[in-house]
Design a protein around this ligand. Structure first.
Ligand SMILES: O=P(O)(O)O[C@H]1[C@H](O)[C@@H](O)[C@H](O)[C@H](O)[C@@H]1O
Ligand SMILES: [Mg+2]
Ligand SMILES: [Mg+2]
Length: 281
């Protein structure tokens, strides 16, 4: 079976590269912007085109595999992680960046079997950085091994996070109170690339000590979670418990020490789970 997953990973890398070409080409033209759950939850035809391209190609090569794709779920597909081999796809992570030509846009492809990530591919396509990880085999950027930062003093750390796409004042208050608490530890700084996947690759690369966010989805972080852990990092829930990929909350850090220190300061909330049954009309 191991060789099968390697074939699948090679295919994912090739597809991420092809998807990146589509994204770069689309940036040369006007981008028609549509909205999903609210006026700041953006989607474009390129998100949909890239997801279709990836899923159709995988279906031809691996007809029994399942999918969780951001735009398929938006179109009504169920979002349930089973034990089956499952491709977890964010065709454009950083759609708001893409719309504004802010230069961090990624294609994220994770692959899970028995609810455990087997490989992760994040292609930061405007930087031309291909991040890859295979379970037990380390994490790489353009073929070079990645290693998380060795800094365990949170006061000497840089932290990544995002504001997300909820504008519910109660949610925004929690996001700002967490940010305030963490800034005032104090940490050296707080940054955000505008994409969860790239933020996680920055943890894996040792450029920031940690990334946390509440409100993300499984497709934002599935691939990145393996890239972080294979680079020597740790993953946990924002309450310090075990990471649950469907819970929409994550802390990814270089060390348990930094992660647990951040958890103390995070004003946690629980968005509706990705695998929650749809609300009845
Ligand atoms: O919708 P896309 O795929 O661009 O992904 C999300 C980002 O990855 C989040 O970190 C970020 O906070 C936003 O919620 C953003 O929507
Ligand atoms: Mg995303
Ligand atoms: Mg997306």
């Amino acid at each position: 079976m191991a060789d099968d997953w390697q074939n699948a990973m090679d295919h994912a890398v090739a597809l991420a590269r092809r998807a990146g070409e589509v994204v770069r080409e689309a940036l040369q033209h006007d981008r028609k912007v549509m909205t999903k759950s609210c006026s700041v939850d953006l989607v474009t035809q390129t998100d949909q085109k890239v997801e279709t391209l990836i899923i159709q190609s995988v279906k031809e090569k691996f007809p029994t595999h399942r999918f969780i794709g951001e735009e398929s779920v938006a179109a009504g597909e169920v979002c349930v992680l089973t034990d089956s081999p499952t491709w977890i796809i964010d065709p454009i992570d950083g759609t708001t960046n893409f719309v504004h030509a802010f230069p961090f846009v990624a294609v994220s492809i994770g692959f899970s079997v028995n609810k455990q990530m087997q490989f992760g591919v994040v292609y930061s396509c405007l930087e031309d950085k291909m991040y890859t990880a295979r379970r037990g085999n380390g994490a790489f950027c353009n073929g070079e091994p990645l290693q998380v930062s060795q800094q365990e003093d949170v006061k000497q750390s840089m932290i990544a996070t995002e504001f997300g796409s909820s504008r519910d004042p109660e949610v925004v208050d929690k996001i700002f109170s967490s940010l305030r608490n963490i800034l005032c530890i104090p940490v050296h700084g707080v940054r955000g690339a505008g994409t969860a996947a790239v933020n996680m690759c920055l943890v894996a690369s040792g450029c920031v000590e940690a990334y946390y966010e509440m409100g993300i989805h499984v497709w934002d972080v599935a691939a990145g979670s393996l890239i972080v852990s294979e680079a020597g990092g740790v993953l946990m829930d924002v309450d310090g418990g075990e990471l649950d990929l469907m819970s929409r909350r994550i802390v990814a850090a270089n060390s348990r020490t930094v992660a647990e220190r951040l958890v103390i300061e995070i004003d946690a909330f629980s968005p509706p789970r990705d695998d929650a049954p749809p609300l009845k009309p």
